[in-house]
Design a protein around this ligand. Structure first.
Ligand code: NAP
Ligand code: F7E
Length: 338
């Protein structure tokens, strides 16, 4: 048998880069899609030193003919559908485009794969954002969905489409319900990276302060490098099933900031309340973090904490990186860049 061929949509993103790196070590041939290959420098692939080890195809997942063509060109065994408009805040400003990419493209993939003669396994990047305004201490595969953003609703549509195609057409199609996962390769618009870059920039004098929104939101933050292994394990499973992937711990944005300032040895104090809340650098007496209405969302997800016991039991998967190690990894990486 020749090498397995994996198609990774969204290879230029955080998870795409880590997954490509992981699958290369498993001896896969990687076809990665990038809608801007002509002008993109694929900085994440460069950071992992794998830019010359993957085949990049210029492809927008909203173009059906592009998708059909890729299955004609390569004998793909596994599809990892990671391409998405993944920034929740932007989904409120671009709900239709978000839904076309996040909901209709996965459905298009399922339709195309259903019509292939060869069996192709399909992984869909589902999200804890589907749980939204849940009423549970921990969320697992049986928790009801209550999405709170166009991002969440679009991903819920895709999630149910995968379930339906699996049941209706006996396809090997699964969804990983992944809780927030971060890394030094995280996009700068997401809160963890905004904090790690912001604080290290403040220390080197490149930036004065960071403006943030809801610092009381709690998230179950894991390391992206650990989570891509779970994606692969789901496609090697005997039966196609969905799994929650998380750490089982959560922390507020404020706790993330406190951990980061501790690692940086910054002496700080929180003052004020609500929109007036601020973080002061006690050595310089300057405000380094303040609250700005602009960064609040029309509806937010207040708290998420995942129960990954099914993945632990059946996939033998568990997170290897805890909260403190994750914050340290991100701060150290951004300090090095500064
Ligand atoms: P990311 O860094 O934002 O990457 C998303 C990728 O999708 C980028 O490569 C982007 O390419 C690509 N993309 C967007 N629109 C596209 C289009 N129309 N056609 C082709 N490619 C397109 O996201 P991530 O953190 O790696 O997440 C990967 C997947 O997991 C996403 O589906 C996300 O929704 C989901 N997810 C993420 C998390 C998390 O915490 N990271 C948790 C649960 C689920 P450009 O560079 O061209 O924009
Ligand atoms: O926000 C709050 C914000 O943008 C986390 C995506 O990967 O994970 C991610 O979605 C929390 C929210 O991630 C700012 O309101 C406060 O409560 O880092 P985030 P997210 O929305 O949880 C899920 C699982 C995905 O699937 C998504 O693709 O932090 N917050 N102030 C802020 N967030 C941002 N970005 N910027 C702020 O200034």
């Amino acid at each position: 048998m020749g090498k397995k061929i994996a198609l990774i949509t969204g290879i230029s993103g955080q998870d795409g880069a880590y997954l490509a790196n992981f699958l290369l070590k498993k001896n896969y041939t990687i076809i990665g899609t990038d809608r801007r290959s002509a002008r993109s420098d694929n900085w994440r692939l460069i950071k992992l030193n794998i830019q010359n080890k993957v085949i990049i195809e210029d492809l927008d997942v909203t173009e059906i003919n592009n998708l059909i063509r890729i299955f004609q060109k390569y004998k793909i065994n596994e599809v990892y559908n990671l391409a998405a408009q993944s920034f929740v805040k932007s989904s409120f400003e671009n709900p239709i485009q978000t839904s076309i990419v996040n909901a209709i493209s996965p459905l298009t993939f399922l339709e195309i794969i259903r019509n292939q003669k060869r069996k192709i396994k399909f992984y869909q990047a589902s999200t804890s954002e589907m749980f939204g305004k849940h009423k549970t201490k921990k969320q697992n595969e049986t928790t009801n969905f209550y999405p709170r953003s166009p991002y969440g609703t679009s991903k819920t549509f895709a999630h149910y489409s995968v379930q339906n195609y699996r049941e209706a057409y006996k396809m090997f199609a699964v969804s990983g319900i992944l809780f927030n996962h971060e890394s030094p390769l995280r996009g700068e618009e997401f809160i963890t990276r905004k904090i790690s870059i912001g604080l290290t920039n403040i220390i080197s004098g490149k930036q004065n302060k960071i403006k943030l929104g809801n610092i009381y939101a709690k998230r179950d933050w894991g390391f992206a490098g650990d989570y891509v292994e779970a994606m692969w394990k789901m496609l090697q499973n005997k039966y196609p099933k969905d799994y929650v992937i998380a750490t089982g711990e959560n922390h507020s944005v404020k706790e993330f900031i406190n951990e980061a300032t501790k690692i940086l040895n910054l002496k700080t104090r929180w003052m004020g309340k609500g929109l007036q809340e601020k973080l002061i650098n006690l050595e310089t007496k300057k405000i380094i973090i303040e609250i700005d209405k602009k960064y609040f969302r029309p509806t937010d997800v207040e708290s998420l904490k995942g129960d990954y016991s099914k993945a632990k039991r059946e996939l033998k998967w568990r997170p290897k990186t805890n909260f403190k190690s994750l914050v340290k990894m991100m701060i150290k990486a951004d300090l090095k860049e500064n």
